[in-house]
Design a protein around this ligand. Structure first.
Ligand SMILES: Cc1ncc(COP(=O)(O)O)c(C=O)c1O
Length: 435
């Protein structure tokens, strides 16, 4: 396996693009040096890099490609929409069709507004909540990794350069599954909090009654409950985590899997709040997600086709099967090798990650790098174990074999030191202040 073309492109990319990639999660600092730098094509769960190396890939499109690459149904719908014209001077009918289909699945919501990025709709939810309540403060869940590229969220990370304190100081954080922490924040700032923004779950399940209690607390204090369903939507259930956990957010936001990797996101919510961005309100108007590409047709067509696939096939059931099989077999390998305390698979079966720990049991980026290095060598590209419909029995078996081989090396590295096995520098977390 060689990466000559990737290495060549990488040099050009770093000259032209800050970080050499668009999302930081795809950046070179997230992978070992000996790795596929650029992916040229994909089918289902398989991808080929620019040097024509083939890999079984996990976490496709930062979790957006839920039906697998090049899904024929979605590609046909997109091609048809593209041929008919992608953007007109007035709205197109797909906007209404998709609005109806999506809202049928989300009983807590009355209206929807489409956009292209998850960040934009989550930021729009915050803006609506501020306008609706007349308050400035936002409380977000501290243990959840990401809500938006915008300042209200990034200002609370170590990468807050360029964000005024006046903005960052309006965002507060509470701990997941810790109702008392949220109660304290509300008590300390009466009538100041516009909304709570959170995911229903990331890698931990909610404690019994936690999510309804968060919603009740918000409402008792006149704030809105905003649920970010970017990852949980179309993975936990076609009706999102709100269907699974029986909660009714005031506003919720979808993206990623909604259109199998094509650009589409959605803000949905209660009419009373959403209509602040409409033409039927007496209150001051909110400039809500008015973007050139909001009604662009290929993303909407991809969304409709994705919903058709969910109607005809048990996609969520498949993700659960694939994730559970993977978790069980990989965990078994780690146990057999006696390293289960050092390599652990975590999370919902539709959204699995893994934790890498060193010999002392501390989280370790060097061991993560070693695992990536050794699985890449064996034809698996797995920054996570996030599955899609393209991961069938064969792909899972090939992955389990590759992981087994990688974990054997991992076990040796726990004994004789990771540096003896690494061929490159370690990967690094995205959110750090300096390079
Ligand atoms: C939970 C969550 N919310 C929001 C976003 C932002 O979505 P986008 O990258 O489409 O702007 C992400 C992206 O990773 C996410 O994971």
């Amino acid at each position: 396996m060689h990466f000559d073309k990737s290495d060549e492109l990488r040099k050009r990319a770093h000259e032209l693009i800050p970080g050499g990639a668009h999302p930081y999660a795809k950046g070179d600092d997230q992978y070992p040096e000996v790795a596929p730098g650029f992916i040229a094509r994909g089918v289902g769960a398989h991808v080929w890099d620019v040097d024509d190396n083939e890999f079984i890939e996990y976490g496709a499109g930062l979790r957006s490609v839920v039906l697998g690459h090049g899904h024929t149904r979605v590609v046909a719908a997109v091609a048809e929409a593209a041929a008919l014209g992608t953007n007109f001077v007035r709205p197109g009918p797909l906007e209404v069709d998709l609005a109806e289909r999506l809202l049928e699945l989300l009983p807590a919501a009355d209206m929807v507004k489409f956009a292209k990025n998850g960040s934009d709709v989550t930021t729009a939810a915050v803006k609506l909540a501020r306008a609706h309540t007349g308050r400035d403060l936002v409380v977000m869940c501290a243990d959840q990794p990401f809500f938006s590229t915008d300042d209200w969220f990034i200002g609370a990370t170590p990468m807050d350069a360029g964000i005024p304190d006046a903005v960052s100081s309006l965002s507060l954080r509470f701990r997941y599954n810790d109702l008392a922490d949220l109660e304290r924040i509300f008590a300390e700032r009466p009538d100041q909090i516009a909304c709570v923004v959170m995911e229903a779950a990331t890698f931990l399940e909610p404690a019994a009654g936690f999510l309804p209690a968060v919603a009740d607390l918000c409402h008792a204090h006149g704030a809105l409950f905003v649920l970010d369903e970017m990852i949980t939507g179309f993975r936990w259930d076609v009706g999102g985590a709100q269907a699974v956990y029986g909660i009714e957010p005031d506003l919720s936001t979808f993206g990623k899997a909604i259109a199998n990797g094509f650009a589409l996101s959605a803000l949905v919510g209660r009419r009373e709040v959403m209509e602040l961005g409409g033409l039927q309100t007496d209150r001051p108007r909110v400039f809500l997600l008015s973007t050139t590409h909001g009604g662009e047709t290929t993303g909407l067509a991809a969304g409709l086709a994705t919903l058709d696939v969910y109607r005809e096939q048990d996609v969520v059931g498949h993700l659960k099967w694939a994730g559970e099989t993977l978790r069980a077999t990989v965990s078994e390998s780690a146990r057999e090798l006696g390293i289960e305390g050092h390599f652990e698979v975590l999370g919902n079966p539709a959204n699995l990650i893994y934790a890498t720990r060193d010999a002392a049991g501390r989280p370790s980026q060097s061991f993560r790098t070693l695992f990536l290095q050794e699985t890449i060598r064996r034809g698996v590209l797995a920054p996570s174990f996030v599955v899609n419909l393209g991961h069938g029995q064969d792909e899972i078996e090939r992955t389990v074999d590759a992981v087994r081989g990688a974990l054997e090396i991992y076990g040796r590295a726990l004994e004789d030191g990771v540096d003896a096995h690494l061929t490159s520098r370690a990967v690094q977390p995205v959110f750090r202040r300096y390079c």
